[in-house]
Write a protein that binds this ligand. Structure first.
Ligand code: PGA
Length: 240
């Protein structure tokens, strides 16, 4: 795992944006894996600026988001559909038909998961996947467990994740307890992976990630088996 340590959040976001932009410039019809949460917002802002300045064109790209709460309506302002539209898709020119986000409003989640995985495979995997990391080491909503699911699946959120995400909700009781998420195998099919970590709240997990072997109780350590992963973090998230 290559590690890039940046002075602060802005520089981390810009560094990630430069790599993301290179991918699109080299391959305009790239398949890009996107993440939600606080961490990638700076990256999305940088990419939107590059688009505005005429430096980047998203007209041929395809995107797959990592996960979505379940059940949740697309219009719910806590849904990842809403988040992606607010923070990214409304600011750039990704064609609507090329956007994939698990459907949290489906009444057949098992079929949704199966179709989502099939669609990733139809594109022969993701060229560049952006990931955040949970304080408990989750990637997507692949929570710590003895056994990790390879493919897109419905999962229960751990109490730790519900608490971490409650900051976005009026009350903790409103945080959904389930999600649809790409599995570890879906993520590992990506050709390149950029893992982002920012702030002192991530210091402990980043340290554990870098010092541990592959451990299903720290799902991000699975990335150590991938040949092309770059961790970009800010100084607050990284301890020398
Ligand atoms: P965060 O979430 O970016 O809001 O810290 C990361 C994650 O839980 O994957």
């Amino acid at each position: 795992m290559r590690v890039i340590v940046c002075d602060n959040y802005e520089k981390m976001s810009y560094e990630a944006a430069r790599i993301f932009a290179s991918q699109i410039i080299i391959k305009p019809n790239s398949v890009l894996g996107l993440a939600t949460g606080s961490t990638p917002i700076g990256l999305y802002n940088c990419l939107a600026k590059m688009y505005e300045n005429g430096e980047l064109d998203f007209s041929e790209v395809t995107t797959f988001n990592l996960d979505e709460y379940y059940p949740i309506a697309h219009e719910n302002d806590q849904s990842y559909h809403y988040f992606m539209n607010e923070n990214f898709f409304s600011k750039v020119n990704v064609p609507e038909d090329n956007i994939h986000i698990p459907d949290g409003s489906t009444d057949n989640p098992a079929l949704e998961c199966k179709n989502y995985e099939k669609e990733i495979d139809r594109y022969r995997g993701i060229d560049l996947q952006i990931l955040g990391i949970g304080q408990n080491g989750h990637i997507g909503f692949n929570e710590p467990a003895e056994i990790l699911e390879p493919n897109t699946h419905v999962t229960d959120l751990t109490q730790n994740t519900i608490e971490a995400n409650s900051r976005f909700f009026e009350s903790i009781d409103l945080v959904p307890t389930k999600a649809i998420t790409m599995g570890i195998g879906s993520i590992m099919k990506s050709k390149k992976i950029l893992l982002l970590a920012s702030g002192s709240g991530k210091k402990e997990i980043v340290k554990k990630l870098l010092s541990s072997g592959i451990d299903t109780n720290i799902p991000a350590t699975m990335l150590k088996a991938h040949p092309d992963v770059t961790l970009i973090c800010d100084r607050e998230a990284y301890e020398d």
